[in-house]
Design a protein around this ligand. Sequence first.
Ligand SMILES: Cc1ncc(COP(=O)(O)O)c(C=O)c1O
Length: 426
Amino acid sequence: MTTEALLARRFRVMGRHSPLFYDRPIELVRGEGVWVWDRDGRRYLDAYNNVPHVGHCHPRVVEALARQAATLNTHTRYLHEGIIAYAERLTSHFDPALSMVMFTCTGSEANELAIRIVRECSGGMGMIGTEHAYHGNTASVIQLGSLFTPPEKRGPYIRTVPVMDPYRDRGGRTDAALAAAYADEVRKAIDSFSAAGIRFAGLLFCTSFSSEGLPTLPDGFMAKALEHVHDAGGYFIADEVQSGFGRLGSHMWGHEMLGVVPDLVTLGKPMGNGHPLAGVVGRPELIERFASANMYFNTFAGNPVSAAVGSAVLDVLRDERLQENARDVGRHTLQALDHLKTRHEIIGDVRGKGLFFAIDLVQDRQSKRPAGDATKRVVNRMRDRGVLISRVGPGDNVLKIRPPMLFSSEHAGLLVDALDASLSEL
Ligand SMILES: Cc1ncc(COP(=O)(O)O)c(C=O)c1O
């Protein structure tokens, strides 16, 4: 069957609007480590997918899944030591104040649940998110994800604030002034709820502001804003769906990098290495208060198979020292990517932390106008060269590079060479 024939089948049964990567979509049939293969046996370097966090089809994860699936799979209404042990182990990776977990199957569900918890505990409905963010696809969460939701679809309980990207929005301001401006925006959003007679519930943000373009934020950036949130009786939710589990190298969690302890943390994507495992970790007083007033059960979430998978992911992260790898390989990769700036005028800014990189392509370095079309071409050329990346950001002009955590210097070399060649062809 040709790609065209398969596409036609897909369009018929899944519709034409179900998102698909690349102008020439790839039919992937196999994966191993940082590599994936298409049906013709062509190998691609996966420099984009963070879900196979410890590598595609990691044998220890596959083995843990298969062993538990062949033993028992039920749900959390039965006692199961494996689930409890995983919950204990997972929460041990957080600040002691964040000692309780509720499992979900997706990041969207985790954010939905976290919003319900802060609404229950604050008695308010008003939620603040960041402009151009994405947090998931449920009815409440999609309203906060302004990336895909225009203002008229957000409803009365949502406000969004700009993140203040130091590359584009600095406007001559110091780091402290930038943080103060962000805090002011949060304060204004809280005040606008009061003015509308809406009680404030909380603030939700992705700890690396990844869909927003991965800005490099100054130290202490969030502190004042979060003070405003708490002073107004609200709570803050740190979305670690993209940033968590050591990806940022220096820290296990993005909120640690930001120097804050959230009220709730939401987890997903890498947590199960491809198996649907996600959750909310948080302050027990909030979770207990919510759960005592709302029966919460999620049939598949945190079942014994999921717990075995989640545990195996933590085993591999520890035994293969993948957070340290993200830190070390990440540092070298960032330098090599940054060096491309000397060869390609279109690169306005290169940013990153650990194994998470953003390359901001601009029409010219003076105006910093986004080069969205060129960025799309680069993503497609990279695919043709056998390297998978994607793009994000308000102007769709930020190359997004976020490989599995076992990415090595050798892989980084392949990535940088392919990018150099693709940019040269523009
Ligand atoms: C930051 C962030 N939060 C939440 C989600 C939603 O996760 P899921 O697709 O598992 O529902 C995503 C998905 O892209 C995300 O990037």
